[in-house]
Design a protein around this ligand. Sequence first.
Ligand code: KIV
Ligand code: ZN
Length: 514
Amino acid sequence: MSERLYIFDTTLRDGEQSPGCSMDMDEKIRMAHGLAGLGVDIIEAGFPVASPGDFEAVHRIASEVQGPRIAGLARALRGDIEAAAKAIAPAGDRGRIHTFIATSPIHMQAKLRMDEDAVLAQAVKSVKLARSLAAEVEFSAEDAGRSDMDFLCRIVEATIAAGARVINIPDTVGYMTPDEFGARIRMLRERVPNADQAIFSVHCHNDLGLAVANSLAAIENGARQVECTMNGLGERAGNAALEEIVMILKTRSDRYAIETGIHTEKIVPMSKMTSQITGMPVQANKSIVGANAFAHESGIHQDGVLKHKQTYEIMTPASVGWMTNRMVLGKHSGRAALKDRYEQLDMPIEGEHLEKVFARFKALGDKKKEVFDEDLVAIFSDDGEAIDEHIRLMNLHVASGTRDTPVAIVELEINGACHSATCEGDGPVDAAFKAIKSLVEPKGRLLLYSVNAITSGTDAQGEVTVRLQSGDKIVNGQGADTDIIVASAQALIEALNRLPNMHAKAVHAQYSGV
Ligand code: KIV
Ligand code: ZN
């Protein structure tokens, strides 16, 4: 009989904390629905006290997303715990407060300026408060990897007695090695008298590239919840990658008789959605979800695979969602077939949204012979209902070459009126961005510009993510087109449309009358 491992996905919290990965509200909701479809057991939806936007996102996910438990993070502080409780309330019995306090000497002395007894008392008080406000409480001993073992045992015993049903042991700074970390989990389970009343969880960071190995060592020693993220996103070098842990357990079920609830054939679409939304490309040789993960280049390998797939393949591409990605519909296909395909991708679509996406699909079909599922994910993006389209791209013409300074001519409709501008730039994208920005206020500060080829081939769509900041507002925009300059302009315009008080700049003579 296989045992069950609970998958706690923290892409929306630790993943979102990683540099350049912030997501807006609609993107978080889409991600959460995708994660639920993937079959994760718990979604850590955010850190409600961090900002009103974080609170709202956790609250909406708790209201709208069915299936997984919904966790909200809280420091061991009354205000954090109360905010988390309110944010997860719509999830009812599926709501979890995840409260944490640091337990390592360096964190307690340098950061908290508290001694062991004070930290323990604060942890117990917080777990009791959280328990009075939520169905389930998880307690994390931050930097447990570098904490004193006796103290760790004491605080784990006390927080279980206070009502925590999940005890999380994070290797916050990715310092542990697998044998050390596994032994730590075993020792806790053996030494803590009430250990059988809690599920042990681990949360490993990847600073030394050991996050997945450490998580596995913990599983071997009795951990039954793993905290992980899609594509291994997370603070600094990231967290343990969900897709790797799940596929190790599945592929090596001879060694680990442990199951997860993940629908593994949805891994690749979910990885692509994550990369599209965050603008963080997946490296080609990344396990499971990298573009080359199942590509056989050398003649010897190709020959072997043709004779018998298992010569060089330890799992099938289809088992993680690679082979299901060929869209057999062409540009003559109708709405019903498109709608059906999106349903299979767990991306239900209807009404005006379907009409908009259908128009994009037709336009794409004119440019590209084959439309893949990745293309569909890219053109799905926003349904336009959430964004007020103050600015529309009417025309873009860019001239560039090896000898000429690139020039972009852009025509925009801004709040119903036509505006145009011509600008030179350091490259065609720069010229186009300068021309667009010359016509609008506020312009926003560019935080991220990322381009990703969605599929292979020179007719592949380029997918662009642009992130802008104006005041304390951070917004993302995405564009996808077979022409990456057009995709870039679309992405910038989508982001600009999300900035508050967007309007046309008073037209300056130098930019008018193109
Ligand atoms: O890395 C860490 O310790 C964390 C905790 C909040 C669980 O992210
Ligand atoms: Zn973390």
